[in-house]
Write a protein that binds this ligand. Structure first.
Ligand code: SF4
Length: 148
C-alpha cells in the first residue's frame, strides 16, 4: 500500500499487485504529489484549517503533515497511529477520536501570543503546547507512553 498526499488531500491506493507497482509510480500524478507509506500518515486526519475555513485558528493540514514527517524520521514505527487535527474548537477533525488529538488555539508565552494546539491523548485533553515546540513535545509523549 502507498499513500499519496498533498497539502489538502490524502488518498490511499490499495491492492496494487507488486508487479504493477513501478508502472503505477511512473504516473505523472506521483511527480506532482508526494508519496508516503509511513504509519504516521495512515491514521492522519486534518480538517480544512485557516487557509480555507474562516473559523480556523491554525493552518492545520500543513501542521499535521510537518509533524507526521518529523515523527517518521525521528521515531520510526510499524503500527499506524491515529493523529486527528481540528483547526479550531468546533472539532471537525474529530480530535477526540484519535490516539492523539490536536485543536488549534492561541496561548501567551512570555507575554507573546503564539499559535498553539490543545493536545488530547485518547480523547482527554492533557496540555496546550505552542506549535513551534510541538514536534519535540509529541516525540517525548509517544516515547513516555509506550506509543512509539
Ligand atoms: S474545526 Fe474549525 S477550522 Fe476545522 S473545518 Fe471545522 S470550523 Fe473549520
Amino acid at each position: 500500500m502507498e499513500a499519496v498526499r498533498s497539502g489538502f488531500l490524502h488518498t490511499k491506493t490499495f491492492n496494487v499487485p507488486e508487479e504493477n507497482l513501478n508502472g503505477l509510480l511512473d504516473d505523472e500524478l506521483f511527480e506532482r504529489y508526494g508519496i508516503s507509506n509511513s504509519p504516521y500518515f495512515e491514521g492522519l486526519m486534518a480538517c480544512q484549517g485557516s487557509r480555507t475555513c474562516a473559523f480556523g485558528v491554525i493552518e492545520n493540514k500543513p501542521d499535521a503533515i510537518k509533524l507526521a514527517n518529523y515523527l517518521s524520521e525521528r521515531l520510526p514505527r510499524e503500527e499506524p497511529i491515529r493523529m486527528h487535527w481540528s483547526g479550531c474548537a468546533k472539532g471537525c477533525g474529530q480530535h477526540g477520536a484519535g490516539d492523539i488529538g490536536f485543536v488549534g488555539t492561541k496561548m501567551k508565552v512570555n507575554g507573546e501570543v503564539k499559535l498553539a494546539v490543545d493536545v488530547f491523548l485518547k480523547g482527554e485533553k492533557i496540555d496546550t503546547v505552542p506549535l513551534d515546540s510541538l514536534h519535540k513535545y509529541i516525540e517525548e509523549l509517544l516515547t513516555r507512553n509506550g506509543l512509539s
